[in-house]
Design a protein around this ligand. Sequence first.
Ligand SMILES: [Zn+2]
Length: 546
Amino acid sequence: MKKLVVFLPACLFLLAQEKVDEVTDARMRSEEMEHSQLLHTLHMLTDRYGPRVTGTPNHEAAAKWAIAEMTRWGLKNAHLEAWEFGHPGWLNESADGHIVSPVKQNLKFEVIAWTPSTNGPLTASVLEVQPPQGPFPPADPNAAGRGPGRGATQRLGPLKTEFDHWIEANKDVVRGRIVFIGKAAEVPVNFDPPAKRQSDDAVRRAYDPANPNGGRGGRGPAAPEDPSRYSLNEVNERIDAMLVANGALMRVNDAARGEGVIVAQQHRGYDPATAVPTVVLRNDDYGRVERLIADGEDVRLQFNIVNHVYPEGKTSYNAIGEIPGTDKADEIVMLGGHLDSWHAATGATDNAIGCSIMMEAVRLIQNSGVKPRRTIRVALWSGEEEGLLGSLAYVKQHFGTAENPKPEWFKLDAYLNVDTGTGRIRGAGVFGPPEAAAVLRPVLSQYAEWGVGGASSSSSRAVGGTDSTSFNNAGLPGIGMSQDPIEYNTLTHHTNLDTYERIVPDDVKKDAVIIAAQVLHLANRDEMLPRFTKDKMPAPVPVRPF
Ligand SMILES: [Zn+2]
């Protein structure tokens, strides 16, 4: 028989009924420490199938492998659920580039997704142009709540009149050139690298039950748009159109990061015909070329880039698997993370590891011998990097919103998400009233020795950062895990360094145990997680595109 431990600390009236199944949790913990499958899962999702860009055969193969693996573990109803991405898939197959004059050496760069191939090697002289940039916005003392790793403060766009004039003045000089866009960023040596772990004090403060509204959540409100300025996307569209229309051979952007880090994401047009072949060059190489040009040298580069477009990628897939419930099988506890990635590496910390942790958590529950009362459903999303598209489509299709709910909206107990890299879980942010966070605190307190601080509640329905906010946006209890940063913001998030090697095995195994305990607790308690009542539900927030 299970030994049930009743926790009776500070908030007596809230926690008295939270019975934590310590025996099963301990069994899952020793299973993970002794027979973990987590790194094998990670290996397959990264080394074998990465990178997993939405709409590509790599992503689809990874999703199918995950389904087969979960079925092998005994999960039921594992399947792909289609949603309309609406764009072709895109992958780079090979890319090499060199300085050929006045010296010879390899260049380090990454290709931007949805840009075209070079159609064989091309060699040309470099031209650096300097489009006008807007000023930095005034400091906002209330700026908070953005997810980690989205980069430094962006400038306001340039004035439209000034920028249009610049395009007119420069369009005739780009023909036949490899065009460098903007001055190289100066990235000083960092003598004060950020901490890899959150301090215990900070974690304690964030999850202090006396301050339950710690305030995790989606993005803050959008900056007001200035109709006299172009946005960054509009600037890039206009530069690309100028380069295509006037016969430029390539576009090169500065990576603008130290330590060889290159972030290469996407061309927003999703259409290679709207851009010239485009790469992001390591800051060190970009700076070198710029300095050589300043000496009066004719710097010539050679590139050979082969990209592939997959029209069938217009339909993409979320991968789903279940442990069926028993007496409350129609109620669902969900957990997941996004399986799609960017393409410059194998997407290990973003977010093969989140998928591996969630798959491992359901394997632990499946292996524990305990039959959950509610159905446990794991979801591995696609389209996250392009704007949480897979999870938003799933929520729309299955649940609707608080204002326009489908029957399943009332049956979703919670959705737990992991998507901030390899770090140890230090707490949970629950969309809902303070009583919702209180439900998880006794479970999480079992892992205080691992540095887990507890749970806090949040009320933001803004979409941003990661897939749990797709649920919050619909008024559903999305639960986001706060993790130690390790190297996420400094080295791995969306970069060319996001590989298997950057994973901390001990942290991620503990993460799987912490997730499994929370999910099993939610699946087996008598009541569903407390939600905002209709009169307390925060007002809906429109989904705005990334
Ligand atoms: Zn991610």
